[in-house]
Design a protein around this ligand. Structure first.
Ligand code: THU
Length: 140
């Protein structure tokens, strides 16, 4: 499958500038690629009532789904503390992994890219980071 990794990572970095994270000060940007090769980006959006916060990955996915794009192929994630350069990889949380499971075309082919820069990144399939998963086909 042809995933435009540099474009997705660049888009996640651009999105990250709009992260709303006044409490953790940990800014995250995510960009997803739909089955028909559209890109949607999102950021983490925190809340004074902390539990109402939303991760960047889910923001991006919910933007796509709310516009009718429910089949997804890949996501790129970049995250790091507000005042520092990005030095580590930001791995998707468990809830976001499950949301990816809902909307991926195929968990064995859905690609997660965690990046420090356009040159330094790691890739995983959803099946690798969410093995033995529960998905919509069980209920449909
Ligand atoms: N966060 C994300 O947006 N995505 C991740 O992959 C990891 C964590 C956010 C949630 C919260 O706003 C902040 O990072 C610190 O946990």
């Amino acid at each position: 499958m042809n995933i435009p990794i540099p474009e997705l990572v660049k888009s996640a970095f651009a999105a990250r500038k709009k992260a709303y994270a006044p409490y953790s000060k940990y800014l995250v940007g995510a960009s997803i690629l739909t089955k028909d090769d559209r890109i949607y980006s999102g950021v983490n959006i925190e809340n004074a009532s902390y539990g109402a916060s939303n991760c960047a990955e889910r923001t991006a996915i919910f933007k796509a789904v709310s516009e009718g794009n429910t089949k997804l192929k890949a996501v790129a994630v970049v995250g790091g503390a507000e005042d520092n350069e990005i030095t580590g990889f930001a791995y998707p949380c468990g809830v976001c992994r499950q949301v990816m499971r809902e909307f991926c075309v195929n968990p064995e082919e859905f690609i997660i890219i965690v990046a420090k820069s356009e040159e330094e990144y790691r890739t995983f399939t959803l099946n690798e980071i969410l093995p033995a998963s529960f998905g919509p086909e069980k209920l449909m």
